[in-house]
Design a protein around this ligand. Structure first.
Ligand code: SAM
Length: 282
């Protein structure tokens, strides 16, 4: 039984970290003409209304999207430019999820498969994520109701020469960290060159430690980007967002730095917020 619904968290600091990393990686992969198959194992419902009661309950977008908009003048990398452009063409006060960010960039020759296991979220996603196909959004491709981890491994290898995967679970169950690691190992066994993005939360309980250890054992290069968006709490809680990029495009490290360093600096200096961005190779 799935209880998580991303509408409660849409546009939060983790979404901004994840989606800028997603846009950057996609932009760099698209510089080569060979077609890509994009897989999104945990797609969510597509488009989120930030005036809906779910989003208003905890107003997490204040630590994410609202901060990016407030510091927009300093956020000038290609990824940020695309980010703000897409927000402008969305309905007012709405925030796009990962399937829409990919659909705003992909080409006609690319393929796209998105999985969602929550029946309600899936039915919204299946109707184009709540957004009619319009520029710059292409249609979402294949929208599958089912388990994205098993579905991904079954679908590999793709027919396209290149493969891109986003794995973005809610980690409602502790075993999900292991399930993600098992899936990555199985996917790479079928497709060694896959570019895989994994999101994980930075929790005081540090539940992601084992996942990092397993990913550090891969033959493939792994880049880690962590965005700490508030002081680590004394008790229980989430204080940051982590991304692992397996087989990262070679410019990505520099580009992530260029995209996040000015944002972190602004937030520290102007908002006096406890912000840190760290990058390293596992
Ligand atoms: N990737 C989305 C984005 O960036 O906009 C957010 C995804 S949200 C963190 C996680 C989603 O995964 C939820 O909508 C949840 O219903 C769905 N989910 C949970 N377990 C799943 C599974 N095994 N396969 C596919 N979807 C799953």
């Amino acid at each position: 039984m799935l209880s998580y619904q991303h509408g409660y968290h849409a546009g939060n600091a983790a979404d901004i970290h994840k989606h800028i990393t997603l846009i950057l990686t996609t932009q760099y992969m698209l510089k080569k003409p060979a077609p890509i198959h994009f897989f999104d194992t945990h797609a969510g419902k597509g488009l989120y209304d930030l005036s809906h009661e779910q989003a208003l309950k905890k107003q997490e977008f204040k630590e994410g999207l609202a901060r990016a908009l407030a510091h927009r003048a300093c956020l000038t990398s290609d990824a940020w430019q695309h980010f703000f452009h897409v927000l402008e063409v969305c309905p007012p006060n709405h925030y796009p999820g990962s399937p829409l960010w990919v659909s705003s960039l992909k080409r006609k020759t690319d393929r796209h498969t998105v999985f969602e296991l929550h029946p309600g979220e899936h039915s919204v996603l299946a109707s184009q994520g709540g957004l009619e196909a319009q520029q710059p959004f292409a249609d979402l491709g294949r929208v599958v109701y089912g388990d994205g981890l098993a579905g991904l491994v079954r679908a590999l290898p793709p027919k396209t020469p290149r493969l891109f995967v986003l794995i973005d679970p809610a980690y409602e169950r502790l075993e999900e960290y292991d399930d993600v690691a098992d899936t990555v190992v199985a996917a790479l066994a079928k497709c060694r060159h896959a570019v895989i993005l994994i999101w994980y939360p930075l929790l005081t309980a540090a539940k992601h430690t084992e996942l990092l250890k397993r990913m550090a054992l891969l033959e493939q290069p792994v880049l880690q980007s962590e965005w700490q968006y508030k002081e680590k709490p004394e008790g229980w809680g989430m204080y940051g967002s982590g991304m692992l990029i397996i087989n990262p495009p070679w410019v990505l490290e520099e580009q992530l730095q260029e995209s996040f360093a000015p944002f972190a600096e602004q937030l520290r200096n102007v908002d006096n917020a406890a912000i840190g961005h760290t990058l390293k190779r596992l």
